[in-house]
Design a protein around this ligand. Structure first.
Ligand code: MLT
Length: 312
């Protein structure tokens, strides 16, 4: 039997290529291919390993005669046309756990940065302004954190937030009362979460149900002075509605790692006071990238060599 061949098309930790080689799989790494270049060569491969940059479209899949598996080193598979892959018998797998801690830590970092206006205070101080009285913050102790989506990542955020002595409430249709009790969080409806939270953090995938979950109407029901954090997916928030609410002073600040259009080179929220933005860094730590690269390579190798499927 000839060795299976895998293409690594996004920047993955070198640990992934090592695993493929050690398991007898041929591996090529070609980063930054456009969709035509990818479509041209994909027919030579049995496996495609990606992060979020490579778009696996129907057109790419149409040229992928040998392809058996797409492995996403990370959680979201929104850059893969999953129905088109499934229709061709191509398995799409992700690594749902490898970057959960890292993403939760990013959410907590943004929460603290928002509470104390750290990025703006840093810019002002380094500009030589010493505006000590301008940057009055808020304590997070005893404040209510509303978590939308209390799965792998949201539950870690809940744990860390309790360490900060926050009161945690969560909306998640899949969260059982028993699990909520275990996590020490109060299960609430979305309406109640909007009404009670001082900080809101999103940890849900983007689906038809969750798209635009934060919009002008829902913002209007939130507490004045609420602060919003999004390390999940851009389309969860109607950006114009959030910008309007920040300008009107109803929302005190927002920290966003994800945007409706990425890469976000411009955005209605950019430049507003108390808006913090990072370029989709939620999963970007060396630990998480090592984890997801190892996991995706092992899973893909298992499938290509033995037919064993995980996280598909
Ligand atoms: C994910 O889906 O895992 C995250 O959005 C991080 C990434 O871009 O890999």
């Amino acid at each position: 039997m000839t060795a299976p061949r895998v293409l690594v098309a996004d920047k993955l930790s070198p640990a992934a290529a090592e695993i493929f080689k050690n398991r007898g799989i041929e591996v090529d790494t070609k980063i930054g291919l456009d969709k035509d270049q990818l479509a041209e060569i994909i027919g030579n491969y049995d496996g495609l390993a990606i992060r979020s940059a490579t778009k696996v479209t129907e057109k790419v899949l149409a040229s992928a005669e040998r392809l058996k598996v797409v492995g996403r080193a990370g959680i979201g598979v929104d850059n893969v046309d999953v129905p088109a892959a499934t229709a061709r018998g191509v398995i799409v797998m992700n690594t749902p756990f490898g970057n959960s801690i890292t993403t939760a830590e990013h959410a907590i970092s943004l929460l603290m940065a928002l509470a104390r206006q750290i990025p703006e205070a840093d810019r002002s101080t380094q500009a030589g302004k010493w505006e000590k009285s301008k940057f009055m913050g808020v304590e997070v102790t005893s404040k209510t954190l509303g978590i939308i989506g209390c799965g792998n990542i949201g539950s870690i955020v809940a744990d860390r937030a309790q360490g900060l002595r926050m009161k945690v409430i969560a909306f998640d249709p899949f969260l059982t009362e028993e699990r909520a009790l275990d996590l020490g969080v109060e299960r609430v409806s979305l309406e109640e979460l909007f009404r009670r939270a001082d900080f809101i953090t999103l940890h849900t995938p983007l689906t038809e149900k969750t798209k635009n979950i934060i919009n002008a109407q829902s913002i209007a029901t939130m507490k004045k002075g609420v602060r919003i954090i999004n390390c999940a997916r851009g389309g969860l928030i109607v950006e114009q509605a959030l910008a309007d609410a920040i300008k009107a002073g109803h929302v005190a600040g927002a920290a966003l790692d994800v945007f409706e259009v990425e890469p976000a080179k411009e955005n209605v929220l950019f430049g507003l006071a108390n808006v913090i933005s990072t370029p989709h860094l939620g999963a970007s730590t060396s630990e998480a990238q090592e984890n997801v690269a190892l996991q995706v390579a092992e899973q893909m190798a298992d499938y290509l060599l033995t037919g064993a499927i995980s996280n598909a």
